[in-house]
Design a protein around this ligand. Structure first.
Ligand code: PHE
Ligand code: ZN
Length: 900
């Protein structure tokens, strides 16, 4: 039996490292079937530790073949140290040193086999390219080291390889020398030096036959920076968008945060096989091709936006993550939450702010709220983990970003900027904690954040229960606010949070009322932030001439569930009048959700299902507005007209009936399509113009709206619209339109569409089979098909020539899309979906534990479903847990998700 406790690392056990590594000198000799690594490390006892340096040295190391080990130039015999699976220990250190208690040099020779590295951590090969991924604990697969982020060192790296196969040899920092191997002229070498101290998780190496798109950026102080994006030659035509995004991000960070780039060169390398989106290695980012490559014919609009966001995200890490890094992995949100906040503000500035907010919140509410309600729930700063790779979560990233967003709201723009300046200046070159971040905010603003800190330590999604009451006689309106937070694993009875509640009050004409709280002399404004910091609180507004409609939690000012008893009329009213664009969208979602639930009840009681006129009016009103020029932001309209996703509907209820949610939602969507056919048709026509393709936010919005209209129209099922859709599929000159049409065909029940869908899928594959990222999209459309029989389709696709189980993008496109997004398919009453996922997890765990563990998420959400499904899901989780050779990654997830 495994002992979960013994395998757990706790925040409370943190101790500073006994030694520091001043300099790290690496030499890599790359060969076809192995790599030889020589590391020369200059150690010093750590002055920052309260304990004296121990007389033993323990280094991390995993799956390494140790060839030689020397201390201060003297070879150690095998009886002078001992090794286990994860480390090496050299006892009796003082006896081995030239100058005990002083600095000493450890030289380590290891042999590794990157070609056989399928976990994609450490040094591995993606097709013909050598590349690395060291965050979080991958460096220990390259050499023995103090693989922890609070050990920061100056790195020099020499790479030696065959010239023909690996003309490009890259590492962090500046290129300080290169040449031909004198003994073997087929081989060459390059040396890189990184002048900045960094933890080893930011180390990177790349070797391959790559081409680059080059550009330059002149920083605010006039430094010229060389920008390079390295890709395979065939992809050179897909780098422009990433380059533009990079330059925009560099300028934005100077302007908004006063942060300048600090090396002579900034390099991005794209590889096909990568576990995540991208990695911020100092001066040498390594990217999943899916997050760099973009061009109109192969890339959809959402992927364009993702490239922009991820390029910016990794760039912003140069300050929030690299110059100021994390003390330990419990502090991961220090860099990730902050950097997600930074990249989302950047994207908001580049496109439509409200739309970006809607997208972010929609994601948070469906995915992060679900995580918070499940067995893997953890706080933004977790207090324990078995496998740190499992904590690169939506809670650490997205909820972490919300916490920083709340800070920026509470402090206000000016103080927040003072706070970030203080944080960057105070901690430059250090490895710090989320506490240091909050302290800097507190010191810079003078605002007491003691209670606010609970956002970092308490897990779970707080619930705000609000009751409004109007007293006509007193002309007073009051909000009674009650907060609570559900228990989460290991955390019961939470203390109250400090919650910024942004709000306004609207009169019956939709005019915003001045807000004057009791005890205030004058009204401050019509939009303000209330501080909710007790279990129950009352806010009384004076001089309120009539019963207002409150607009609460504007722009989603805190990551909480809001419970307020809005009538449908109020929601309709807010959808039309709220000055807060986010809340207009939210009102539309709440209205539709409420009606979907009513229809579910009708279906359950076998009573007649009709779509209430209020929803049809709401939708037709929005459609009328869009047909008038400049009435409303088109991107916003596309969101207003989208019914809540199944994921979001599931999230809103305690136990979800997947089948009835699906049918009710379909029923409403089909009814809306039929009722509003003329208007959807008009919107479709009005936005089908043949402008030259552009990816500015206006053009993206236009395509989104057109394709939304098309999706409704195809639901009508008439041959006319199905043919129109097919024509769009055939004639499209960009991937957004082509994919949208294909998706409609694949999901339609019309007989004509079913025939056309099969032919189109085939034609699409034949056209795009040489573009892996397009093939990924092709897998995704099929995996998300909501028609009966998708699981067998997915199983067949596993055998398709284009499917590669070792490539994370393929696995995620096919398997995760089906299990994580196709609710009706995955939760099929037979339980076959669950069994399928468990089989794949077990299969993938044998070679890539990170991906296997991440795939498991949908099974851990068992609490949300009916008892029969719960028990089938548990059965599969237990079946996995019973396996003997599970990775730590998968073990942690199944261990926490199974009940006995
Ligand atoms: N640090 C990366 C990012 O968010 C994510 C990542 C984590 C990549 C672990 C690879 C491995 O920018
Ligand atoms: Zn990041």
């Amino acid at each position: 039996m495994r002992d979960s406790q013994a395998r757990t690392t706790y925040l409370k056990d943190y101790r500073p490292p006994p030694f520091t590594i001043e300099t790290t000198d690496l030499e890599f000799n790359l060969y076809e079937d192995h790599v030889l690594v020589v590391a020369k490390l200059l150690f010093k006892p750590n002055d920052g530790s309260d304990e004296p340096a121990p007389n033993a040295l323990t280094l991390h190391g995993h799956e390494l073949e140790l060839r030689r080990l020397l201390i201060d130039g003297k070879n150690l015999e095998s009886d002078q140290f001992f090794k286990d699976d994860d480390s090496i220990t050299i006892p009796g250190l003082s006896g081995l040193l030239e100058k005990p208690q002083q600095q000493f040099i450890v030289e380590i020779h290891t042999r590794i086999e990157p070609q056989k590295n399928t976990a994609l951590e450490g040094l591995y090969k993606s097709k013909k390219i050598f590349c690395t991924q060291c965050e979080a604990e991958g460096f220990r697969r390259i050499t023995y080291y103090l693989d922890r982020p609070d050990v920061m060192s100056r790195f020099t790296t020499t790479i030696k390889a065959e010239r023909q196969k690996y003309p490009v040899l890259l590492s962090n920092g500046n290129n300080i020398g290169s040449g031909i191997d004198e003994k073997n002229p087929d081989r060459h070498w390059v040396t890189w030096e990184d002048p900045f101290k960094k933890p080893c998780y930011l180390f990177a190496l790349v070797a391959g036959d790559l081409e680059s798109l080059d550009d330059t950026f002149v920083t605010c102080s006039g430094q010229k920076v060389k920008l390079q994006i390295f890709v395979e030659e065939k992809d050179l035509d897909k780098c422009d968008h990433a380059m533009l995004s990079l330059k925009n991000a560099m300028a934005w960070d100077e302007e908004v945060y006063g942060r300048e780039y600090d090396l002579e060169v900034y390099m991005i390398v794209a590889v096909d096989d990568f576990n995540m989106g991208a990695m911020e290695n100092k001066g040498l980012n390594i990217f999943n091709t899916s997050c760099v490559l973009a061009n109109p014919s192969t890339t959809s609009d959402s992927a364009f936006q993702r490239v922009e966001g991820v390029v910016a995200h990794e760039y912003f890490h140069n300050w929030s993550g690299n110059r100021v890094t994390c003390r330990d992995w419990f502090q991961l949100s220090l860099k990730e939450g902050f950097t997600v906040f930074r990249d989302s503000e950047f994207s908001a500035d580049m496109g439509s702010r409200t739309v970006k907010r809607v997208e972010d919140v929609n994601f948070l509410k469906t995915v992060q709220f679900a995580e918070d309600a499940g067995p893997m729930a953890h706080s933004v700063r977790p207090d324990s983990y078995m496998e740190i790779s499992n904590f690169y979560t939506v809670t650490v990233y997205e909820k972490g970003a919300e916490v920083v967003r709340m800070l920026s709201l509470i402090l206000g723009q000016e103080n927040f900027r003072k706070g970030t300046n203080l944080y960057f200046n105070r901690h430059d070159g250090q490895a710090v904690t989320t506490e240091d971040f909050v302290k800097a905010m507190e010191d810079a603003s003078g605002i007491d954040l003691s209670q606010f800190r609970r956002w970092y330590s308490q897990a779970g999604t707080p619930v705000l229960n609000i009751i409004g009451n109007y007293e006509a006689g007193k002309k007073q309106y009051s909000l009674k606010v009650q907060q609570s937070c559900p228990d989460t694993p290991g955390q019961n009875n939470k203390l109250p949070f400090s919650i910024p509640l942004r709000m306004g009050l609207l009169n019956k004409n939709g005019i915003e009322l001045p807000l004057r709280l009791k005890d205030e002399k004058v009204a401050e404004s019509t939009d303000r932030v209330l501080t909710v910091n007790q279990e129950t609180q009352q806010f009384v507004f004076l001089d309120v001439p009539e019963r207002p409609v409150p607009s609460l939690l504007r722009s989603f000012s805190a990551p909480v569930r809001l419970d307020f008893d809005y009538s449908r009329e109020d929601l309709y009213f807010l959808m039309v009048h709220d000055s807060d664009g986010f809340n207009r969208w939210n009102a539309a979602q709440l209205l539709a959700s409420d009606i979907i639930r009513e229809l579910q009840n009708c279906a359950a009681s076998n009573s007649l299902q009709i779509v209430p006129p209020i929803l049809i009016n709401a939708y037709s009103g929005v459609l009328d507005a869009v047909l008038k020029p400049n009435e409303l932001d088109k991107a916003m309209i596309a969101h207003l007209l989208l019914l809540p996703s199944e994921g979001s509907l599931i999230e809103q209820v305690e136990i979800a009936n997947v089948d009835s949610i699906f049918s009710a939602r379909e029923f409403i969507a089909n009814a809306l399509a039929k009722e509003l056919e003329d208007r959807f048709a008009a919107v479709f026509e009005a936005n089908s113009s043949d402008n030259p393709f552009k990816t500015d936010s206006g053009s993206i919005a236009q395509r989104a709206l057109k394709n939304l209209a098309l999706a409704y129209l195809v639901r009508i099922g008439s041959d006319y619209w199905v043919e129109c859709c097919f024509r769009q599929f055939e004639e499209a000159t960009n991937m957004t339109d082509q994919m949208a049409a294909l998706r409609c065909l694949v999901n339609s029940d019309s007989k004509l569409a079913i025939d056309l869908a099969n032919a189109s899928l085939k034609a699409f594959y034949d056209k795009w089979k040489d573009e892996p990222l397009v093939v990924d999209q092709w897998f995704m459309v099929q995996a998300s098909c909501q028609r009966e029989g998708t699981l067998s389709q997915v199983k067949e696709l596993l055998q398709h020539e284009a499917f590669e189980i070792r490539n994370p993008n393929k696995v995620l496109s096919l398997i995760r899309t089906f299990c994580g997004q196709n609710y009706i398919g995955f939760h099929h009453a037979s339980g076959e979906g669950y069994e399928f996922l468990a089989d794949r997890v077990l299969e993938i765990d044998t070679f890539n534990p990170q991906i296997a563990a991440r795939l498991l998420a949908p099974l851990t959400r068992w609490k949300k479903f009916d008892p029969k499904r719960q028990s089938m899901m548990q059965t599969q989780l237990r079946r996995i847990k019973a396996e003997t050779n599970l990775s730590k990654d998968v073990f942690e997830v199944v261990d926490k998700s199974t009940i006995n």
